[in-house]
Design a protein around this ligand. Structure first.
Ligand SMILES: Nc1nc2c(ncn2[C@@H]2O[C@H](COP(=O)(O)OP(=O)(O)OP(=O)(O)O)[C@@H](O)[C@H]2O)c(=O)[nH]1
Ligand SMILES: [Mg+2]
Length: 330
C-alpha cells in the first residue's frame, strides 16, 4: 500500500499519462527487468551511464526508466537519445519522489523485477547481476549492495563514518544486521515497491530499507563498489545537511513502522517459520504474519554473480535465457 498526498498523486498521474502517450506499447509491455534511475540535472553523464547498462541481466531482458523532474539542462533529451524511457516530470520533487514514480511505471508496465542505480556513474553495472541473482533465485525479496562488504572509493572520513553510524543505527532499531543503508544499486521484486509506504521526497534510501524490513520482506546484502562522482555535483547537499536529513528519515520511518505494527489483533495467526522460507511472499496476505525477516550479509563468494544459484524456487520465475522476452532491451 503506497500512500502520498493528493498533490503528489496529481503530479504522478499527469506524468504517467504523458509517459504512456510518449512511449505507447514500449511503456505498457516492459521486459522482465526494469532498471530505474532518478536523474536531476545529470547532463553530460546520464548518456554514458545508460549506454553502459546491460541489455540483459541473468538472461532476462532489461528496459531503462529514467525519471527526471524539473531538469534545467538536457537530461531528458540525453536520456532519450541514449535509448532510455524518460519520464519528464515538470516540477522538481526529489530522488524519493522520482524513484517512487519510476517503481510505479515499472510495475504498471509489467516488469517483474526492479533494479535501481544512479545517474551519476557511481555504481558499476557489471555488479547488477550479483545484486539481482538472489531475488531471481528466490532467496530474497530485496537485495542491496554494500560498500562495507565491497569497496568505496571515497576517503572522506565523515562520509565513511556516516555510512557506518547509520548502518549500525538501523541494525539496532530493526534488529537485523545492516552494513549499508544508502547504497543506490539494489534489486527487488517489483511488487515489493507497491506494498511499502514511500513518502520521502528526497532522502529515500533509509525509508525504503526500514519499510521493507518492517514488512517482513527478506533482505540480503551483497558486496558492491561505489565510486566517486566524476561529473556534476551531489544533489543532496554537504555532509552535515545530508547526515541530518538522513538521520531524520531513519527516526521518522522507524517510528512510523513501529506504530503501524504495534496494535496487533489478538486473533492474528502466529508467524510461521516456514512462511518466509520458500521464496514467495504470496503465501501470506499480511506481511506481519510472516516469519521475522532474515538479513543475510552475503559475503564475497556466497552470492554469486551470473549463472550459479539462479534456479528459481517457490513462486519466483526462473531466470533463464529461454524467457521469450529475454532477447534484448526494449
Ligand atoms: N529526479 C530526481 N533525481 C534526483 C534528485 N536529486 C538527486 N537525484 C538523483 O539521485 C541520484 C543520487 O543523487 P546524488 O546527488 O548523486 O546523491 P548521492 O549519490 O546520495 O550522494 P553523493 O555521494 O553526494 O553523490 C542521482 O542519480 C541524482 O541525479 C531530484 O531532485 N530529482
Ligand atoms: Mg551520487
Amino acid at each position: 500500500m503506497t500512500s502520498y498526498p493528493t498533490a503528489d498523486e496529481a503530479i504522478d498521474s499527469a506524468a504517467i499519462e504523458a509517459f504512456a502517450a510518449q512511449y505507447g506499447e514500449r511503456a505498457a509491455a516492459l521486459p522482465p527487468v526494469a532498471i530505474v534511475i532518478a536523474a536531476f540535472n545529470e547532463e553530460g553523464v546520464l548518456g554514458s551511464v545508460v549506454d553502459a547498462l546491460p541489455a540483459t541481466l541473468c538472461g532476462l531482458a532489461t528496459s531503462v526508466i529514467v525519471v527526471s523532474d524539473g531538469a534545467r539542462d538536457a537530461t531528458v533529451a540525453e536520456g532519450r537519445a541514449h535509448g532510455a524511457l524518460v519520464c519528464d516530470v515538470p516540477v522538481n520533487r526529489g530522488q524519493g519522489a522520482a524513484l517512487r514514480l519510476g517503481y510505479r511505471l515499472a510495475r504498471e508496465g509489467g516488469a517483474a523485477y526492479i533494479v535501481t542505480t544512479d545517474a551519476d556513474g557511481q555504481y558499476n553495472p557489471a555488479e547488477m547481476e550479483r545484486v539481482l541473482a538472489p531475488v531471481l533465485a528466490g532467496q530474497a525479496d530485496f537485495v542491496t549492495g554494500s560498500r562495507k562488504l565491497g569497496s568505496q572509493e571515497t576517503k572522506d572520513p565523515v562520509r565513511r563514518l556516516g555510512t557506518w553510524v547509520f548502518a549500525v543505527t538501523i541494525s539496532m532499531l530493526t534488529g537485523e544486521r545492516i552494513t549499508d543503508s544508502s547504497f543506490g544499486l539494489r534489486a527487488m521484486r517489483a511488487e515489493v515497491t507497491g506494498e511499502v509506504r514511500l513518502e520521502q521526497p528526497q532522502y529515500q534510501s533509509a525509508e525504503l530499507l526500514i519499510a521493507v524490513l518492517a514488512r517482513g520482506f527478506r533482505v540480503v546484502e551483497v558486496p558492491a563498489t561505489i565510486h566517486k562522482r566524476q561529473v556534476g555535483e551531489s544533489k543532496k547537499g554537504h555532509n552535515a545537511l545530508y547526515g541530518l536529513k538522513f538521520a531524520g528519515v531513519i527516526a521518522r520511518t522507524w517510528w512510523r513502522e513501529h506504530q503501524r505494527r504495534a496494535p496487533r489483533p489478538a486473533t492474528s495467526p502466529s508467524p510461521s517459520p516456514a512462511a518466509g522460507a520458500a521464496g514467495s511472499r504470496s503465501q501470506s496476505a499480511d506481511p506481519l504474519t510472516r516469519a521475522v525477516p532474515v538479513v543475510r550479509a552475503a559475503r564475497a563468494g556466497s552470492a554469486s554473480a551470473g549463472g550459479d544459484g539462479l534456479t528459481a524456487s517457490g513462486g519466483t520465475p526462473a531466470a533463464t535465457g529461454d524467457d521469450p522476452r529475454s532477447a534484448k532491451r526494449t
